[in-house]
Design a protein around this ligand. Sequence first.
Ligand SMILES: *[C@@H]1O[C@H](CO)[C@@H](O)[C@H](O)[C@H]1NC(C)=O
Ligand SMILES: *[C@@H]1O[C@H](CO)[C@@H](O)[C@H](O)[C@H]1NC(C)=O
Ligand SMILES: *[C@@H]1O[C@H](CO)[C@@H](O)[C@H](O)[C@H]1NC(C)=O
Length: 418
Amino acid sequence: MLASLRLVSALVLAVVLSTSSDALHIRRDAAPITLPFARRVNATGAAKLLKIDQARAKTLKSRSMGASAFKQSAVFNVPASNQAVEYTTTVSVGNPPQTFNLLIDTGSSNTWVGAQTLTNPFLGSGTTQPTGELVEVTYGSGFVIGQEFVDGITLGGLTIQNQSFGSALLSEGFDDVDGILGIGPSDLTCGTLVPDVTGCIPTVTDNAFSQGLIDAHEIGISFEPTTSVGNQNGELTFGGIDPTKFNGPLNFVPITSTSPANEFVGIDQSITYGSGDGTTVLSATSGITDTGTTLTLLATDAFNTYQNLTGAVSDANTGLLRLTPDQFANLQSLFFKIGDNTLEFTPNAQIWPRALNTLIGGTSDFVYLIVNDLGSLSGEGLDFIDGMTFLERFYYVFDIANSRVGFATTPFTDATAN
Ligand SMILES: *[C@@H]1O[C@H](CO)[C@@H](O)[C@H](O)[C@H]1NC(C)=O
Ligand SMILES: *[C@@H]1O[C@H](CO)[C@@H](O)[C@H](O)[C@H]1NC(C)=O
Ligand SMILES: *[C@@H]1O[C@H](CO)[C@@H](O)[C@H](O)[C@H]1NC(C)=O
């Protein structure tokens, strides 16, 4: 009896000691936190998908994500339109907790809520403290102006303390989501507060890491191609990767050093069309990976080459390139050379899901391509956007600690789902 009590107290002591020594350091035993998310397609209206993506590209290139909505109004050129394809997840904020459905965005880094209410639910109740600042962020298809607050934010069972976030007072372009979970580089938040007391804002990933809630300062993202309008098949992992989501080696490349792509989750790549040596579509250059862009956009000169090689014609109803089924049968793979590795982007990966053609103004007689025109020539430091349609085919890791980006093939890399 005594012996067993001693054993128990020794065990308790060991646990207490190890817990308190852990508290002095970043915990190294925290499991990654996974957060499921959903895809919703709402792209009704001719050419809307492309217009929204091109407006976003223009905004990203002019580096206005981190600047005042008013200063940058010149590039805010898509009026009151929704995001066409949304990847959303549910988070809860404050105490008592309020839940919000947020867009997941690696191309911006502010987190904010309240687009549906535009009244401040945090004033006068609960634990949420105002910072005394306003937040302003411009996106390609909208903007937000809100009040900045600090409180806990809960994502998939993980509560991040002292997270600074916005609560919208005025916003446009977010008709059916509550706001954004910005998980890009935190420097994109610099200059978004007025008056700028707080300075740059650590993202949820930054705070989860500095508070020892996750082991690794990185996020892993898995999407799968889908042919339905709403589908919860995405998974965001904070503080690690999910090895069940990919089957090839995870290869990393450094964040590009070329501006302005280096301010985002930017990489260097080249693209060829067709197997063997193929034909160069895009010479080695810099651009970005972005969960907030639907299409895969190439600088105009590269896009023209791609159009010539595929024989596609521009379709006025959808704004996309289109092929006849016979032309599609001859479509070749694109090969994205990223670092020392080459990722094959199959013909099926290059098309919009045919089951959703009518949703974007197309018909079942044609096959529509998701590769399109960035809207500016190459050589400007942001010459492509590998958007969601690209990221659906590869596991994707943003390793913030080491400023690098990883890709791996998945069971969906070669899928003929579309
Ligand atoms: C789709 O977007 C329109 C506005 O462009 C909006 O009125 C409508 O509610 C949205 N539909 C869904 C299902 O979200
Ligand atoms: C949150 O902020 C409060 C007040 O500044 C501080 O006392 C507390 O230690 C912070 N908590 C964490 C986990 O950073
Ligand atoms: C595309 O093809 C046309 C006609 O063959 C040619 O004039 C044009 O230079 C080509 N453009 C590119 C970018 O390859």
